[in-house]
Design a protein. Structure first.
Ligand SMILES: Cc1ncc(COP(=O)(O)O)c(C=O)c1O
Ligand SMILES: N[C@@H](CCCC[NH3+])C(=O)O
Length: 438
């Protein structure tokens, strides 16, 4: 298994992250436990800032909060100078409560409610990324009522098929997101935005998908979008000042995964935008990117305790852990693959192939199929790395399991950033109607 960030194997033969022994963390905070490597989160933020902002100037990196968002995470992102992409009132509220500067917030979503749009206007988010005609009209009406002019980007579906799982592909024509470019819907949206009071057109957005390894889809997206920027200028005399090319930069979950480094994505994207601007005689737009997974994915791991083990001779050995699809739905949802290590036997050689299953009442509750590990016993601490993105944020209370705790580790110190949900937490929304009281 590849060791990421500050991971190392210590003198006790245990896995360590951020200078903290994972076995000790499991003992102190319980399992399942999400462990976040603060140095790696910050290093990833800085990698993006260097590759896009420091190298090219007219660019901005905004972290996609859907990957992992808590108050502490907002603080780190704010300190690192990144912007923030939120997709719901709940994410926006979290950011505001964390003191995140509203002007650096981009508000996404394909079906924002009136209440969500009002909140965005009230607090003055930096940009609303408008997805559809209904939203455009509602936003205009609300802005006028409040005597405001709201800066927007328009979300465009460019008609690009990136090679990733079909559920996490978003740039193709047949998608619920955005105004479709081929066929003229997107141009119609720009015209409408220009004609509506209270709306200030700033630019365009597209997002072609997630967990993308290759640079070509981004190059192509940049070309297609710059072509549209030119069309907008020609048809309407309107300058597009900002071009947001979304997130989606892939990461290596398992050794075979081979994504391009961020620096290469940055070079290709920026070169494509610069070339297209020059070729077409256009003003260079500010380029925005929205990485989520590539910032937080590798920086998070999940520690589990091994429980029951079922061996079916000649068929399979199931090793059950104390979490599963409730804290990581990705294997069940996308067939996502992960690696694992026994944190308390980190330098022991692998001797058997086992499958890691969860504790949910569901046969599909598998975390890893067929992984070589040292002899596994009940009580071992199994660590699955690279679970930082879309683990906690997609977690559920299925089977009334409480969501795990999360700790932030750095220089030998572990701080709780999410406390474990208790049985009482599970009841906090339950209401008993009067007629059921006795
Ligand atoms: C609009 C938008 N921006 C950014 C992201 C972040 O993607 P990722 O976490 O793959 O970087 C997503 C999710 O796919 C998205 O839908
Ligand atoms: N949640 C997905 C990616 C979709 C991201 C949001 N557009 C994942 O775990 O890979």
């Amino acid at each position: 298994m590849q060791l990421r960030g500050t991971m190392r194997i210590n003198e006790r033969g245990h896995l360590e992250i951020g200078g903290c022994d994972v076995v000790d963390l499991a003992r102190e905070f319980g399992t399942p436990l999400y462990i976040f490597d603060e140095d790696l989160i910050r290093a990833n933020c800085r990698k993006f800032t260097r590759a896009f902002v420091q190298k090219y100037g007219n660019a901005e990196v905004i972290y996609a909060g859907k990957a992992f968002l808590t108050t502490a995470m907002c603080r780190i992102i704010a300190q690192e100078g990144l912007g923030l992409d939120v997709v719901s009132g709940g994410e926006l509220y979290t950011a505001l409560k964390a003191g995140f500067p509203p002007a650096r917030i981009y508000f996404h979503g394909n079906n924002k409610s009136k209440e969500e749009l009002l909140l965005a206007l009230e607090v003055g988010v930096g940009r609303v990324v408008v997805d559809n005609f209904l939203e455009l009209e509602t936003l205009s009406r609300l802005a006028v009522e409040r005597g405001q002019r709201v800066p927007i980007l328009l979300r465009v579906t460019p008609g690009i098929e990136a090679h990733t799982h079909e559920y996490i592909r978003t740039g193709q024509i047949d998608s619920k997101f955005g105004f479709t470019l081929p066929g003229g819907q997107a141009l119609e949206a720009v015209k409408k935005a220009q004609g509506l009071p209270g709306i200030e057109y700033k630019g365009l957005h597209c997002h072609i998908g997630s967990q993308i390894f290759q640079v070509e889809p981004y190059r192509y997206a940049a070309e297609v979008m710059m072509d549209f920027v030119e069309e907008i200028l020609k048809v309407m005399g309107l300058v597009t000042e900002e071009l947001d090319l979304g997130g989606g930069f892939g990461i290596a979950y398992v050794e075979e995964d081979d994504p391009q480094p961020i620096e290469v994505f940055a070079e290709v994207i920026m070169a494509a935008v610069y070339d297209e601007a020059e070729k077409r005689g256009l003003k260079l737009p500010k380029v925005i990117v929205e990485p989520g997974r590539s910032i937080i994915g590798p920086a998070g791991s999940t520690a589990y305790t091994v429980g029951s083990i079922k061996n079916i001779p000649g068929v399979r050995k199931y090793v059950a852990v104390d979490g599963g699809m409730a804290d990581n739905i990705r294997p069940a949802l996308y067939g996502a693959r992960y690696e694992a290590i026994l944190a308390n036997k980190a330098s022991a050689p692998a001797t058997e192939v086992v499958s890691i299953t969860g504790k949910c009442c569901e046969s599909g509750d598998m975390l890893i199929w067929d992984i070589p590990l040292p002899p596994v016993e009940p009580g071992d601490i199994l660590l699955m790395p690279c679970t930082g993105a879309y683990g906690y944020t997609m977690a559920s209370n299925y089977n009334r399991l409480g969501r795990p705790a999360a700790v932030l580790v750095k220089d030998g110190q572990a701080d709780l950033i999410l406390r474990r949900e208790t049985y009482e937490d599970l009841l906090r929304c339950d209401v008993v109607p009067k007629r059921l009281e006795k």
